[in-house]
Design a protein around this ligand. Sequence first.
Ligand code: PRT
Ligand code: MG
Length: 216
Amino acid sequence: MSQQLTLALSKGRIFEETMPLLQAAGITVTEDPETSRKLILPTNDPDVRVIIVRASDVPTYVQYGAADFGVAGKDVLLEHGGEGLYQPIDLNIAKCRMSVAVPTGFDYASAVRQGARLRVATKYVETARQHFASKGVHVDLIKLYGSMELAPLVGLSDAIVDLVSTGSTLRANHLLEVEHIMEISSRLVVNQAALKIKRERLRPILEAFENASKGR
Ligand code: PRT
Ligand code: MG
C-alpha cells in the first residue's frame, strides 16, 4: 500500500534551504511557491506533496497531523511549545541568533543594574519571558507580529527581542545588539502518530535529511 506524505514548509529561506535536503532524498518540488499561487505543491514523487504555510503555523499543521512532517525554526518551536511533535534532527539551516537590541543612545546595562522596569517589544514573548526571568530583569512584554525594529524608534518600547543574522536591519534602524539570547536554526518536526504509522515511508527521507544536514 502506498502512503501519502505531506511536508509543511514556509516560503522564503526555509523553503529554499530545505530544497537541497529534499534533493538528497530524491525529491524535487516541481513548482516554485514564489510564482505559483498554489498552497499544495506536487513533487516528482506522486506520494509526496508540500504544503505552504506561515512559518509560525508549521508546528500546528504537524501537531494535528494535517502534515506528517515539517521544517520550523527553533524560535517558532519554543513559542509553540512542541506538543505532539517529535524533533529528531537539527537541519542546521536558516541560522541566526535571538538577541536583545536597544536604540544606540540607550544605556541598557545601567538600566538593568538600577533594576528599571523595561518595556520590551517582541514576537517571541515566551522565550523573552524566560530569558529576562532567568536574569532577574523586570520587563513588560509587548507582543508584536513583525517589524519589531520600529517599536523603540517611536516610543513603543525601550528594547526589542528579535532575530539577527547579518545585523544590517538593526544598523539601518540605529539599534544595537546588547544581549545574545540563543543561537537559532531550523529543525525537522514529525507528527508523533505519523512517525509510527508511516515509519517505513519516512525513514529513508529522515536519513537523507540527517546525512545532508550533517555536512553543513
Ligand atoms: O515573514 P513571516 O511573518 O511570514 O514569518 P517569519 O518571519 O516567521 O518567516 P521567515 O520566512 O521570515 O523566517 C522563517 C525562519 O527563518 C524564522 O523562524 C527563523 O528561524 C529563520 N531566520 C533566519 C530568520 C532570520 N534568519 C532573519 N534574519 N527569520 C527572520 N529574520 C529577520 C529578523 O526578524 C529581522 O527582521 O531578518 C531581519 C534581520 O536580518 P539581518 O540580516 O538584517 O540581521
Ligand atoms: Mg519574515
